[in-house]
Design a protein. Structure first.
Length: 118
């Protein structure tokens, strides 16, 4: 499985952005996809994730503002971010947890920078 993230950019507080993550390869083996983010000087943190069964989890601080979804073909994942705040500024990484012949494995896309100005 390979992942390609896109959609970052710069917005003012209160604005919106949509991140996309396109998966290729053995997408049928994907069990969970999601987004992490890492702000300067901070640890990487889970923002949202969605399982192949449709279960969704969000970081508390983004609930009600961010929406994670997958396209009908299941090869693309989205993160719709609304009412963005300066504290959402970070590099966002998509990931996929997939089943391999030797167990489960996480793969990562390249980061995409989101900058929110006040």
């Amino acid at each position: 499985v390979q992942l390609q993230a896109s959609g970052g950019g710069s917005v003012q507080a209160g604005g919106s952005l949509r991140l996309s993550c396109a998966a290729s390869g053995s997408i049928f083996s994907i069990k969970t996809m999601g987004w992490y983010r890492q702000a300067p000087g901070k640890q990487r943190e889970l923002v949202a994730r969605i399982t192949s069964g449709g279960d969704i989890n969000y970081k508390d601080s983004v609930k009600g503002r961010f929406t994670i979804s997958r396209g009908d073909a299941k090869n693309t994942m989205y993160l719709q971010m609304s009412n963005l705040k300066p504290e959402d500024t970070a590099v966002y990484y998509c990931y996929a947890n997939h089943q391999t012949g030797w167990g489960r494995e996480n793969v990562w896309g390249q980061g995409t920078l989101v900058t929110v100005s006040s």
